[in-house]
Design a protein around this ligand. Structure first.
Ligand code: HEC
Ligand code: CU
Length: 328
């Protein structure tokens, strides 16, 4: 009971968008049940073991046990406490854990349908998200949209080192290994916004590798995709100088639909519509992009985008103002 009592105040801090105790999908619900079941069962077992241990210290009254009796008693404890009890516990965990784990596997659905596939690629230190589709692939970064109320298969890999994909409120995590595609099936019950975080230490900015996950009603999701498949609007003359700076200094690393094809940094085609910058380092708001361009090496030291101190403040602000207009 001491552990249970001791952990309750800690659990009070377990809300929020990274909490496995606040499940938002069927797989996460299983994980939460498993967690609570283990907490209760193991607290009870712990209390019983401590009770027996204390009882063993009590001076024994009455007759002494013969050696044969002692051996029999000892054997009974070993078989019961050392084999039977752990056996029952492990079988119980398997009985629950195997079906729960099965749910995360990309197995055929009962109705023969195949869930939508979303590809997520971990980079140092940002997320690339791709939506393969017959109607045309959509690419974005650090922002994952998904339909709610239906399973989605995530195909994940790493571009450089091992990362891990984890949306705690939707379910288990999975490694993103360069040269290998791992698959996990997750589902969000309702539309909502969920935090996600790289869950495998991947270098100095590992902690600054957050992913904004947004589950939408299926129609809203289709509209979200369709908007990003549209050809980009005609460029506005006001931003011509910024586009020229971009072509010279940024295009080799960044893609902007209709303008550049760089692929070593995040795709910026829908940048103005994203929730954050730099994988969660700054909230997206007016002026945030210019701030990122000027200070990103201070905000996220060592990140793989070179600083552009050779560009003057005016040029960076113009770039920021133009990039803010990039929305589907
Ligand atoms: C050598 C490649 C490279 C060049 C050149 C480069 N970037 Fe980047 N950029 C990156 C990488 C890599 C990141 C991801 C950094 C991170 O979050 O860890 C990034 C991130 C960004 C972001 C944040 C994107 C997001 O999804 O939050 C913006 C905006 C951006 N760059 C704009 C620019 C602009 C404008 C220029 C030109 C002045 C530029 N970059 C030049 C590689 C580059
Ligand atoms: Cu990572």
């Amino acid at each position: 009971m001491a552990t249970l009592g001791g952990s309750l105040p800690l659990l009070a801090a377990c809300g929020g968008d990274h909490s496995i105790l606040d499940p938002a999908g069927p797989a996460a619900q299983d994980v939460a049940w498993l967690w609570w079941g283990m907490l209760v069962a193991f607290t009870l077992i712990f209390a019983v073991v401590v009770g027996l241990w204390l009882a063993a210290f009590r001076p024994r009254e009455g007759r002494e046990r013969s050696e044969a009796e002692q051996r029999r008693l000892g054997l009974r404890w070993i078989l019961g406490g050392g084999i039977l009890l752990p056996g029952v516990v492990v079988l119980g965990l398997l009985a629950f854990g195997v079906p729960a784990g099965q749910r995360l596997l990309p197995l055929p659905l009962p109705d023969g349908e195949t869930p939508r596939v979303i590809e997520v690629i971990g980079h140092q230190w940002w997320w690339e998200v791709r939506y393969p589709d017959e109607a045309g692939e959509v690419i974005t970064a650090n922002h994952l949209a998904m339909p709610a109320g239906e399973p989605v298969d995530f195909h994940v890999t790493g571009a450089d080192v091992i990362h891990a994909f984890w949306v705690p409120r939707l379910g288990g995590k999975i490694d993103m290994i360069p040269g290998r595609v791992n698959r996990i099936r997750l589902e969000a019950d309702e539309p909502g916004v969920f935090g996600a975080q790289c869950a495998e230490f991947c270098g100095s900015q590992h902690a600054h590798m957050r992913l904004h996950v947004e589950a939408m009603a299926p129609e809203a999701f289709e509209a979200w995709l369709a908007a990003r498949r549209e050809p980009p609007p005609e460029p506005v003359d006001d931003h011509a100088p910024a586009r020229a700076t971009f072509a010279e200094h940024c295009a080799r690393c960044h893609r902007v639909a209709g303008l550049s094809e760089g692929d070593t940094g995040p795709d910026l085609s829908d940048l103005g519509a994203r929730a954050t910058l730099g994988a969660g380092v700054l909230p997206m708001e007016e002026g945030a992009i210019a701030r990122w361009l000027a200070e990103h090496q201070a905000l996220k030291p060592g990140n793989r985008m070179p600083s552009h101190d050779h560009l003057d403040a005016e040029a960076l602000e113009a770039l920021g103002a133009w990039l803010e207009t990039l929305r589907p």
